[in-house]
Design a protein around this ligand. Sequence first.
Ligand code: SME
Length: 162
Amino acid sequence: MAEKLIVISGTKEEQYVSLLAQLRSLLEGETDLIANLANVSAVLKDAFDFFWVGFYLVKEDELVLGPFQGTLACTRIKKGKGVCGIAWQEATTQLVADVDAFPGHIACSSLSRSEIVIPLLRGNEVWGVLDIDSDKLGFFDKTDQCFLEKLCNDILSKLCQK
Ligand code: SME
């Protein structure tokens, strides 16, 4: 794996296009899922002004904390609980402009103000979620959703073919 990715300046869309192209080729060279998820969380945290970036992986009837960048986080989330558990249950992205307005939101940090959670899909099955938090209200939009869904389901789900 190359030692660094280039984060270009420009619009958020241009940054995502550049970053996803680089990630796609970098991840192709490594088969270990945890290593790849760890690097993806590091790259996203580095490229954008996110407060917390990480993965929760489905293990039996729970989501269990996986590779992440940021502050201490809760380790286990039940299906249907919190933003992550709803994303798993519904198998749809949850874009939350104000976490205080989301019933059942699990506050791992009081600094988190908005959040996006994207399910990782293998066919119709959810095998994990990508969770990103911001310390700013309304930080995520449809551009984030579109590119993060591409990352999760065009790139990452191909790495998890078990
Ligand atoms: N806020 C999430 C919990 C995970 S932390 O944000 C890292 C939720 O409500 O599911």
